[in-house]
Design a protein. Structure first.
Lengths: 303, 241
């Protein structure tokens, strides 16, 4: 009749072989000098955030923490959800962005301390701790072509520009709704175009398909292509310093050392660093982890 | 009044959004988006049919290029539509042609050509040689053989190819919303960007609904337009494939 392809002996041998392979895999990086749980960290899925995650992750690894840098995925919502459902232990976010996600109705402020006073408690509610924010800022920017007559956002009021941005801007009070709100900027745009956040914004602006796009201040293409960042004269854009947020339970396990280490790193990163990293990844097309490793080495943060 | 999208509340129900008359009207309403989509798809299909049916019919009628044709069709099916459109957008922008319509038009056209070409070619090649010989013997000119015998007998399979192409194009057109355009895909795009699940699901349902409706309309056309005898021939042919 049917002869079994796998005899019991072969099956056991196979299972044993697999068991050995997996046991060997699991032993990869067991040389953590600091005792404590694994810190799972994941960057948001755009180049600057990926580099930031690599910088924080590789820095902690060099300090001897057991860190797992996960494949970048999603944006702010997914990052905060990751903390909430226990998938992640550490995220790095822009404080003004956190404000729009956690307290959409709170008044936005260009003063980072005011923003932190709102989102600090909000993060505590989901069992996470907001650490010191960095001087590095990647703010929202309303960007126009270099030959535009406008120099402040207010100047756009009657120019009848075509407005371009990603979909989420259209529902945010600190973005499209704020620009068009008569009580704030009261701009009348002649048309709107939804464009994926990224280099396509610059292409569309250069081609004249749109006249003003919502980008970020550290986009290297702004300087490369001679665009102009309009001054936010009404202070609509919130402060966007970067700051690490870590699950309180993990922080408590490690104690003050982890807090101090992270605060020390945050204090060292500057806005110029962000721009330099983005130039490396977006213009020179280098890998984020190499850019991060190189920066940490120059700063003497990895031995 | 400001031009722009009104924000859809995040806690809105799927049906609540779909049955709200405000969702359907206005420059960003479902009716306007649907019209955008239908117009683009119609133009793409018209161009695909007008170019591919005569070309494939002539090639099949004269039995030319059988190997190269089959290779080209197979390869063209491997083209990733979104990548093509995505690559064409910056090129189009740099040349001052704008976001639309060229990138999405070309990408969708590349998607529509193979099924129409392949079905026409195969259908005409598979016409019973006996019927063709009989027509020739009765003194039909080559043109008459092609139009009154081969194309007539092949009509059903050709229409099936057109239907497949149309459904694929309609179901793929929404990628346009992710490339600086609008159309029916805008709700999925906005829903994803604004973290609004109801909008994503309702938008996807609209796209699926339109694709289903397209398939249904073409089925009806096939049923009404073709005589019973031809349909029977087609059924036999399909079964043999």
């Amino acid at each position: 009749m049917n002869r079994p392809v796998l005899t019991m002996k072969k099956l056991i041998a196979l299972l044993l072989a697999f068991a050995f392979v997996f046991a060997a895999c699991g032993d990869g990086d067991g040389d953590a000098a600091v005792d404590g749980p694994t810190i799972r960290l994941r960057g948001q899925d755009f180049s600057e955030a990926v580099t930031i995650a690599e910088v924080y992750g590789q820095y902690l690894q060099a300090k001897g923490y057991d860190v797992e840098i996960l494949t970048p995925a999603g944006f702010r919502t997914e990052a905060i959800d990751g903390l909430r459902n226990g998938e992640l232990d550490l995220i790095v976010d822009y404080i003004g962005g956190s404000l729009t996600a956690l307290a959409p109705d709170a008044a936005s402020s260009s003063n980072p301390d005011e923003v932190v006073s709102v989102i600090g408690p909000a993060y505590e509610e989901i069992g996470a701790t907001l650490l010191d924010y960095s001087p590095a800022v990647d703010g929202d920017a309303l960007v126009v072509r270099g030959d535009s007559t406008a120099s402040t956002i207010s100047d756009l009021a009657d120019l009848g520009y075509v407005f371009g941005s990603s979909a989420q801007c259209f529902e945010r009070p600190q973005c499209f709704l704020g620009y068009t709100d008569p009580a704030i900027y009261g701009i009348t745009f002649s048309d709107t175009v939804t464009i994926d956040f990224g280099p396509l914004l610059g292409e569309a602006l250069a081609a004249g398909e749109v006249d003003a796009v919502v980008w970020n201040t550290t986009a290297p293409q702004i300087g490369e292509q001679g665009f102009k960042v309009l001054e936010d004269d009404q202070g609509l854009h919130p402060a966007q310093n970067i700051a690490p947020i870590i699950m309180t339970a993990v922080l408590d396990e490690y104690g003050d050392q982890l807090r101090d280490d992270l605060n020390e790193l945050s204090a060292l990163i500057t806005t110029a660093d962000l721009l330099a990293w983005n130039t490396e990844t977006d213009i020179a097309k280098r890998e984020s982890d190499d850019v991060a490793a190189e920066w940490l080495e120059t700063k003497g943060l990895t031995s | 009044m400001v031009v722009g999208q009104a924000a859809v509340p995040r806690d809105i129900g799927i049906l609540e959004w779909l049955f709200d008359s405000q969702s359907w009207t206005g420059a960003n309403g479902i009716v306007a988006s649907l019209t955008d989509t239908v117009i683009l798809c119609t133009i793409v299909m018209a161009v695909a049919i007008v170019t591919m049916v005569p070309l494939a019919a002539w090639l099949a009628h004269t039995r030319r290029g059988e190997v190269s044709v089959s290779w080209m069709v197979t390869l063209s099916r491997a083209i990733p539509t979104f990548a093509v459109a995505g690559l064409l957008v910056p090129i189009s922008l740099r040349n001052g042609w704008g976001f639309e319509p060229w990138p999405i038009f070309i990408a969708l056209l590349l998607l529509a050509l193979p099924p129409i070409f392949l079905n026409t070619y195969t259908a005409i090649k598979q016409v019973d040689p006996g019927a063709v010989d009989a027509a020739r013997a009765m003194g039909y000119s080559p043109a008459n053989v092609l139009f009154r015998v081969e194309l007539a007998l092949a009509a059903s399979v050709i229409l099936a190819g057109v239907r497949v192409a149309a459904v694929t194009v309609v179901a793929t057109e929404p990628i346009r919303a992710f490339l600086g355009g609008d159309g029916l895909g805008r709700y999925v795009r906005d829903g994803l960007g604004q973290n609004n699940d109801s909008l994503v699901i309702a938008g996807a349902a609209l796209v699926a609904g339109l694709a289903g409706l397209t398939a249904l309309s073409f089925r009806t056309i096939e049923r009404v337009a073709l005589p019973e005898g031809v349909r029977r021939v087609a059924r036999t042919a399909t079964r043999q494939e």
